[in-house]
Ligand binder design. Structure first.
Ligand SMILES: Cc1cc2nc3c(=O)[nH]c(=O)nc-3n(C[C@H](O)[C@H](O)[C@H](O)COP(=O)(O)OP(=O)(O)OC[C@H]3O[C@@H](n4cnc5c(N)ncnc54)[C@H](O)[C@@H]3O)c2cc1C
Length: 451
């Protein structure tokens, strides 16, 4: 299908600029031959595009910073990319009500910094916070590094403004601290991956700022030993604000980028933090004792904030570090924390059986791992084996009572497994809900629901 030329709004015409909006960060994403890009400047632009697209039955891909790892923001053949990065006004940070009101194009770190300037805290912390947008975070219900204590994006979205196919502008939720009138449509839109409406304004909850975090770094003789320690940490009354796991290869990849202070002579590293006001020193000392008792080989408390920042920067550099190692399928499975050891063991068995390298790392305090499954792009059988290993990791997580995606979303990457997790009847119900908002199926078709 070729895009009708009568799109009532200015599109990007420079082919080089246009190409930068074609793909996201997912493995193997390719640009379609024929698509248009609109960079929305205000609500009116979004309304115009959504009205026209509905009338002409043209696919629309809502898009933020294109950091999706699942293909959810890749341009579609014959469709329009509706990029909302330009809707980047942060109009309100209100300490009394504990909220912020902002456009979907505001970068996550910008919101975090603006909140911090008022003595407040916006907790969701994807490792991509320096460049991803709040609109993308809302649409994927993004998680990140401090979910183990603070939860995910959904826990902080109070209200939304959206534009539906056809151009209707709707508001969901409430600005007040409480509000139970009607169904929770805000919750429905959060995590809907651009399949129900285009987010044009977000009202988020903010917390009082915690203390600057202190960090414990513990090394282990095996991944299994580290996962036993994670279970012990989860039983803590004062839960850590961060529990991140890196295996030997992940540490080596990070240290190959720069010296972030990670030790290379161990099988696994756990980074653990406390940000509890007035209790960080006490907490990290207690965590250090607990990690030692749980079998850590070495435990160090980074009481110098610069040292702690460096370690965290190393953790944030993990994704580019592993990318530099070579092409990979990136997993995002999440299991009950009590099954983490089993997931790690199963990952090892799968790697050995298919003769592929699987690097284990992730937000292990939530049971959410991001195993990287490497392949040689010049060797098709190696790619096939890696894909088989990827598929087996997903089904193993489901078998353990987990989910196919902890935070990255379904996109196109995980769409083949959605029915396995939800069941056919639930999938049909969800498709019916989508049809209520998007009867012509123009919003991000082929993503999440596959058809
Ligand atoms: C290095 C790296 C680290 C990452 N770490 C994490 C992590 O720790 N935790 C985590 O959860 N994710 C992580 N991600 C994934 C990604 O950053 C998140 O999914 C993020 O929320 C996407 O935001 P974005 O602005 O880039 O959105 P995009 O990639 O542009 O879009 C993502 C989805 O949101 C939809 N969307 C975007 N804007 C709108 C809008 N205005 N209205 C409706 N739908 C919209 C798109 O259609 C698509 O479905 C990481 C990615 C990278 C590259």
């Amino acid at each position: 299908m070729s895009t009708p030329t009568s799109l009532p709004i200015r599109t990007v015409t420079d082919p080089d600029v246009k190409a930068t909006y074609a793909v996201d960060q997912s493995v193997g994403a390719t640009a379609p031959g024929d698509f248009e890009v609109v960079r929305a400047r205000d609500l009116g632009d979004v309304v115009e595009v959504m009205r026209w697209a509905h009338e002409t039955r043209t696919p629309v891909v809502p898009q933020g910073a294109r950091s999706s790892l699942t293909g959810a923001s890749v341009a579609i053949e014959g469709g329009v990319v509706l990029n909302t990065e330009g809707l980047d006004t942060l109009s309100t940070v209100d300490p009394l009500e504990g909220l912020a009101v902002l456009g979907p194009g505001v970068v996550t770190k910008t919101l975090k910094d603006a909140a911090a300037a008022e003595g407040l805290f916006y907790p969701p912390d994807p490792a991509s916070a320096a460049f991803c947008t709040i609109g993308g975070n809302v649409a994927t219900n993004a998680g990140g590094l401090c979910c183990v204590k603070y939860g995910v994006t959904a826990d902080y979205v109070r209200a939304l403004q959206l534009v539906l196919p056809g151009g209707e502008v709707v508001r969901t939720g409430h600005r007040t601290a409480k509000g139970v009138a009607g169904l929770d449509l805000t919750g429905l839109f959060v995590g809907s991956e651009g399949t129900l409406g285009v987010v044009t304004e977000v009202t988020t909850r903010l917390l009082p700022a915690p203390d600057p975090a202190l960090t414990v770094l513990a090394t282990f003789g095996s991944l299994e030993a580290a996962s036993v320690a994670i279970v012990a940490l989860r039983r803590e009354r004062h839960r850590p604000s961060l529990v991140e796991l890196l295996d030997r290869a992940a540490v080596a990849a990070v240290q190959a980028l720069a010296d972030y202070g990670f030790p290379l002579d161990c099988e696994a590293v756990l980074l653990v933090q406390s940000d509890r006001p007035d209790h960080t020193s006490e907490d990290v000392q207690r965590y250090a004792g607990l990690l030692t008792d749980a079998g850590a080989v070495d435990v160090a408390v980074a009481d110098d904030p610069a040292e702690a920042d460096l370690l965290l920067a190393g953790r944030r550099a993990l994704s580019p570090a592993l990318e530099a190692k070579g092409p990979r399928y990136l997993e995002d499975v999440c299991v009950p924390v009590g099954r983490l050891t089993e997931l790690i063991r199963t990952g090892r068995e799968i790697a050995a059986r298919h003769d592929v390298e699987i690097v284990m790392a992730g937000h292990a305090g939530d049971g959410n791992l991001h195993p990287s499954i490497f392949f040689d792009p010049t060797d098709p059988p190696s790619r096939q084996r890696a894909h088989l290993a990827f598929s087996e990791m997903v089904t193993a997580a489901l078998r353990m009572g987990g989910t196919i995606t902890g935070e990255h979303g379904v996109g196109t990457l995980k769409a083949p497994w959605l029915a396995q997790e939800l069941g056919e009847r639930e999938l049909e119900r969800q498709r019916a809900v989508k049809a209520l908002f998007d009867p012509r199926g123009i919003l991000n078709p082929g993503r999440v629901y596959w058809s």
